[in-house]
Design a protein around this ligand. Structure first.
Ligand code: GLU
Length: 318
């Protein structure tokens, strides 16, 4: 498969195999699948395995996606198998004078941002440019202490993307990391290259990545890759308004089954959260109702079912 042709494009779901999918991840996956299929697109999966990989997590993720009725066009892409292509793109940018080495630790970057009175609006964690204009002698010296990361040299201007849920989103494009200092490709680079490789033209994902979208679209343009449509899905939060996590109790399919819930019931909650009323019992019914899906910018508050009578709220099934 290559990303050069294959109209009418593809949607995708790209989980990191760092653990089991929770109900919020499954909801995003169903939406990604339903938006793509409703527009006669291919639907592809990608394991974003450049970072933390939990033993067996990818197999369990695929099992859960299949079991809730999501089908995909093979193969499932392993991001780590594309590292040579990621590095080749960095070499190309370097040849164009668009990269530089950075020797800062994460802590140093944070300290610099704090000293400058915080990150610019719309660009959380934006790199302040510390290593941008070092002399060759300074670089040689710093290299002796720390292997460098490679950053993109931008002109510090903002970029705007259009999102189907959030409208126009503008953020400053900072000198993002392209290669980490362990030599591995950084997420923002890999995601852009791999979406293009898989022919993806529709990106549906959690809205925690909304502020990264302008950088990614800027990078895609720089690499002469086709633009994508963005649909950022508001995250699922717990009762306290915090991002849903394993400690909140029964949040994975396995946990929910163990707590006595059925798949139609789980799909019912997802359907309701999407404004589809009380009748949804399957992913196919979300697909059938996709034109009526109502996503606001607000989060979905999920209250995990209690495990057994008398247990106080969230309990973990394993
Ligand atoms: N791998 C990311 C995650 O699991 C998603 C990245 C993306 O969809 O662009 O949160």
């Amino acid at each position: 498969m290559n990303g050069t042709t294959d109209q009418p494009g593809a949607g995708r779901y790209a989980p990191s195999p760092s653990g089991d999918l929770h109900i919020g991840n499954l909801r995003t996956a169903i939406l990604a699948w339903a938006f793509a299929r409703s527009e006669a697109k291919r639907f592809v999966l990608r394991a974003e395995d450049l970072d933390r990989v939990a033993e067996g997590a990818q197999q369990r993720q695929l099992r859960d996606l299949a079991s809730i009725g999501i089908d995909w066009d093979p193969p499932v892409l392993q991001q780590s198998q594309r590292e040579d292509h990621h590095r080749a793109a960095v070499a190309e940018l370097t040849a164009r004078g668009l990269t530089y080495e950075c020797y800062c630790t994460r802590r140093e970057v944070q300290a610099e941002i704090a000293a400058a009175g915080g990150a610019p609006h719309g660009a959380p964690g934006a790199y302040p440019g510390t290593c941008r204009d070092l002399t060759e002698a300074q670089r040689r010296e710093r290299r002796r202490h720390r292997p460098p990361a490679v950053r993109l040299r931008t002109d510090g201007s903002p970029a705007t993307i259009r999102d189907r849920v959030f409208g126009n989103v503008t953020a400053l494009v900072d000198d993002m990391v392209l290669l980490r200092n362990d030599g591995r490709p950084a997420y923002n680079l890999a995601v852009v290259l791999d979406d293009a490789f898989q022919g993806v033209d529709q990106v549906v994902r959690g809205d925690d990545l909304l502020t990264s979208a302008p950088r990614q679209s800027y990078l895609a343009r720089l690499l002469d890759l086709p633009p994508v449509d963005y649909i950022h899905v508001p995250l699922v939060v717990n009762d306290d308004g915090r991002r849903l996590a394993k400690r909140d109790g029964a949040v994975t399919l396995e946990d929910l089954y163990a707590a006595g819930c059925s798949l139609p019931e789980v799909m019912g909650w997802i359907g309701r959260s999407l404004g589809l009323g009380d009748t949804v019992r399957s992913a196919a019914e979300v697909l059938a109702g996709i034109d009526r899906v109502h996503l606001t910018g607000g989060p979905w508050v999920f209250r995990p079912p209690v495990h057994s009578p008398g247990s106080a709220g969230a309990t973990t099934a394993r």
